[in-house]
Structure formats: C-alpha cells, structure tokens
Design a protein around this ligand. Sequence first.
Ligand SMILES: Cc1cc2nc3c(=O)[nH]c(=O)nc-3n(C[C@H](O)[C@H](O)[C@H](O)COP(=O)(O)OP(=O)(O)OC[C@H]3O[C@@H](n4cnc5c(N)ncnc54)[C@H](O)[C@@H]3O)c2cc1C
Length: 568
Amino acid sequence: MRVCVVGAGASGLPAIKACIEEGLDVVCFEKTADIGGLWNYRPGQKDIGGTVMESTVVNTSKEMMAYSDFPPPAEFANFMHHTKVIEYIKSYAEHFGLMDKIRFNTPVKRISRNEQNKYIVSLQNGEIEEFEKLILCTGHHAEPSYPELKNLDNFKGKVVHAYDYTNTSGYEGKDVFLLGIGNSALDIAVDIAKIAKSVTISTRRGTWIFNRVSQGGMPYDVQLFSRYYDTLLKTIPHAVANDFMEYRLQQRMDHDVYGLRPDHRFFQQHPTVNDALANLLCAGYITITEDIDTFTENSVIVKGGREFKCDIFLTCTGYTFGFPFVDSDIVEIKNQQVPLYKYVFPPNSDSVAVIGLIQPIGSIAPISEIQSRWAARVFAGRCQLPSSQEQIDDIQKKKAAMKKRYFDSIKHTIQVDYMSYMDEIAEIIGCLPPMKHYLFFYPRFWMKLFMGANVPYAYRLVGPHAWEGAEQAIWTVSERVKKPLKNRQCRIRKHKKRGSTDEYFRYATQKVIATNISILFCSGLLLYCSTTSTLPPAVYFFSFFLFFTLYGATLMWFDLQYDMTTIF
Ligand SMILES: Cc1cc2nc3c(=O)[nH]c(=O)nc-3n(C[C@H](O)[C@H](O)[C@H](O)COP(=O)(O)OP(=O)(O)OC[C@H]3O[C@@H](n4cnc5c(N)ncnc54)[C@H](O)[C@@H]3O)c2cc1C
C-alpha cells in the first residue's frame, strides 16, 4: 500500500518511520532541500516557509520533546539552541534510515481524490503520482496572520511580521514597537532589547509569564508533567490549581505592578514562557503598554493617549493554517477550526491523517509521533476508527471543552494537554504504560513513572513496536538532565535538614507524609461536621476555619511535591 507524506519536518519524520514500522510503502515530498522544517534556520532564503530565529532556544526541555525511542544525547543542554534541535532531528532521521524515503525540492502543488478513492498528488515539477493513503505534515507556523489596525497607513516606518524576523540586524538604535505578547513577541523583544533604542510591547489582554527554569534550576516540564501532577490537577478544583500557579508566578514577578495581569486565569491561556523578561523590564530595557489606538507618521498612540516613537512596527499576531493545496472534499480548514477526529482524521475518511496540527501545553514532536503511530496502524488495518457520527460527536465534545476552559480567542482551537492527549491516543494504540501492573508487580518503577516526568519513552514500554531500551531511558532521565549542568564538582556542604540527596529525600518524604496526614484529618473532620445534622453554630464556624486550613494546606502540599518530583 502506497502512502504519501507531505512535509519532512519534526512531524513528517516520525510519520515516515511509523509507516516503515507498519510495513507500508511510504514516499515523502519535501518542498525544501533539507529535513527539519521550522528548525532548519536558513536566513536569507525566501519562499521556503518559516524558520526559527537565530537566537531561538526551545521552550520545552530535551527529555520532554524527544521521540519515544531516541533519547537526546546526555551532554545536550536541557533547553537546546535550534542548532542542537536540528542536529537531534537529523540524527533521528539517519538512525532510522528515513532519508531514503524523502524526495527533496519537491513541493506538492495539488492533491485531489479520484473515484477509486485514490489520492492524486500533483507536484510542482509536473509529475503526478497516485497513492492509497495520505499524511499531511505541513505544520501550522507557515502562514502569518496580520491584524487590522486603524490608521496603520499613516505610519511611514517599517512594518514587519514576526514570521520575517530572523536576527537583530537592522534593529540597532531603533525605536521598536511590538504588537502581541505571545512567545514570539517576547523572544524578539528580549533578543533586541539591548541593541535597540527602545522596545515597547503593546498588549490588549496581558498574560501570565511562566518560567522554563523552575525550582532548583530544573526544567519546568520535567517537574510538572508527571502522572502525579496530572492526577492532582484533575482532582482538585480548577480555582485552586489556578491560585497555586498564579501565586508562584506572582512571587517571581508581580503581574499587577508590571502591568501584565490578564483578566483570565492561568490555565485559561496557552502559556507564555520567558525567563529573561522580568530582568529586562526591571532594568528598563522593555516597556509594556496598552492596546494600540492609532498611528502617526513616526509613532504609535495607545489607548489612554500615550505616544511611543517608532521606527519599526513588529506584528507578533500569530499564524493561520490550512491546506490550500488539498481539495476541500479531502480536508478543509476554515477560520482555524479543525474538524478532525482527535485532531488527526477527517471524520469521513480513514485514508487521510493530519499530523502535528495541535498546539500543546508541552512539546509537539512526541505528540506528532504518537499521532503518526496511530495513523500508520489505521492505514495498515490494525486499528479501527469509530463510526463517522461518533467521530463528529467527539470533535464537538472537544470543541465545547476547549471553549469552556480557554478564554475566547482564535488562538485556542487546537489546544491539547500533553499528558491527557498522549494517554488518549496511547490507549487506542495499546501502548499506555500499564500502571496497575507496575503498582503490584514492580512498585519501584511505578513510583518512578507516577512521580517522575512523563517522558515519551513511557509510551514504548509495551504495545506495538515497544522499545527494549525504554525502561532504562526512563530510569536515566535525571542523569541526562543533570549531565550538561554540572561541569564542576562541588564540596558537599551538609545542611541540618538538606544534606546529601538521601537525607534530602527523607526530609522531603517526611514533609509530604505529614502534610498528607493533616489534610486527611481535616477532610475527615469536615465530612463529619457536614453530615451531622444538629450541630451548634460554633462547629460550623470551626468547619469553615478547617476548610480554609485545608485550602492553604493543599497549596503548601503542591509546593512540597516539587521536592519529590525533583528527586524522582
Ligand atoms: C519560533 C518557534 C519556536 C518554537 N518552539 C517550540 C518548542 O520549544 N517546542 C515545541 O515543541 N515546538 C516549538 N515550536 C513549534 C514547531 O512548530 C514544532 O516544534 C515543529 O517544528 C512542528 O513541526 P512540523 O513538521 O509539524 O512543521 P514544520 O516544522 O513547519 O514542517 C513542515 C514541513 O512541510 C514542508 N512543506 C510545507 N508545504 C509543503 C508542500 N506543499 N509540499 C512539500 N512540502 C511542504 C515544509 O517545507 C516543512 O519542511 C516552535 C515554533 C516556532 C516558530
């Protein structure tokens, strides 16, 4: 069976590999001369689609953005520069022999479907090929989205979209005004802050700024993306989880003082990650201001009347996406709405799959990989899709859940949570880690999987195309995280409570157990009070008091788990 993969970026490569694993005859068409898509930084080359910037460093750590059977080298930094990301991607392609399946410099011009349900792929070079199955991996950062702005025509300076920003050249000594406060806006602002004359960021809503370097200097995703946290977040009220996160972010930078606090709660937005912003705001290199009102020839006037001089106006207003080269009866995306079953299959067909069209809280690569594994199994006839109606119902359900959780924005149409989504697809494929089995028969490993980072290797422990190195890769996560950090031996200074790692572990365990017992005690009392019918008012008063103690203890408890996850 012939499968056509379009695009050889971080999503296309695992798609090729998954097809090979399932014994499918796969051909990948890539419009540029190399693999890696966005991660292949090629300044000056026009019409190749978007690329990262010269200074881009990933926001997701290497262990959490790895492919599930290919851990990144231990010596690579946790947050890799894009040159290391592309190195990793290339070594993955070479290791699994994917390069031979790719036809470079071969843009796909049009894809249609004939009466025999085959895909007719017309290439830019005039060739036409026929395939039984189709996988689209063309990314969603290639088509810049431009805002409509009042009186922008008045402005005589330079207008640039973040898509066209590559490096600081041309920004020296300039007054730069940025619109938007997403990840690209902040990365660019930080990049030019020390060479531009002034850098101003305009935001209508504000945002919560999250730090990638978390407690103990550990990557945030290694600490937070665990089964333990996932269970906790699904159990406690959302308001408590939001309070906890916002409390932590406020400790790092008071979002009210810096004019950043948004109207929405932390979990209602796609996270904006930036570690340098607080410093640069505090040092006066960057200014945050209101929404734009109007433009003059050489300035921007914001709501409230303040005027900012401006030589270069940078719109960081995101991207739009779709498949303009694919006939609309195959897949159609309008207004950023994605009518795909679990963001992969159009509900009217089991011969087309879309990979990587998600915006995760977490990394895209492992998600693209698990989607690819699923698609290849469906194509090979080893996995069935539910009926079209069931798929449509699921699409509607996901849409409603997204609408309920996130603030209303065109940005929030393809949001997924890394853990929940990976588990959802893994369950279908049959590669979900068997937690119950480990709990009874291998509790030490259960503890590691439950408390530790939910690294992608967990999805290669069992099921189709399991990897025998997966368990070892999971045990050695913290070694690979720490390896690039420690290049000098320190004398161990013994602390009364936090001495060696072992003592620290014991100390943290005691704290966690003590807090858990007190929470259990408070819950019991509260339950008793609420079920006893004739109680004096003092008891109700007392139960309220206990409730707030419990609330505080939950926040504290959360905090303590940082100690635990760091150790695991
Ligand atoms: C600045 C920036 C920082 C980012 N940081 C992170 C991060 O820290 N962590 C993370 O997980 N994600 C990050 N991302 C998201 C990033 O999109 C993904 O990591 C990943 O690159 C997506 O891969 P992809 O293969 O889906 O898309 P792309 O990388 O866009 O690849 C698509 C491929 O399809 C090819 N193509 C397109 N159209 C055609 C056609 N008609 N015919 C043939 N070939 C075609 C393109 O040439 C390209 O090679 C970042 C994105 C940007 C822009």
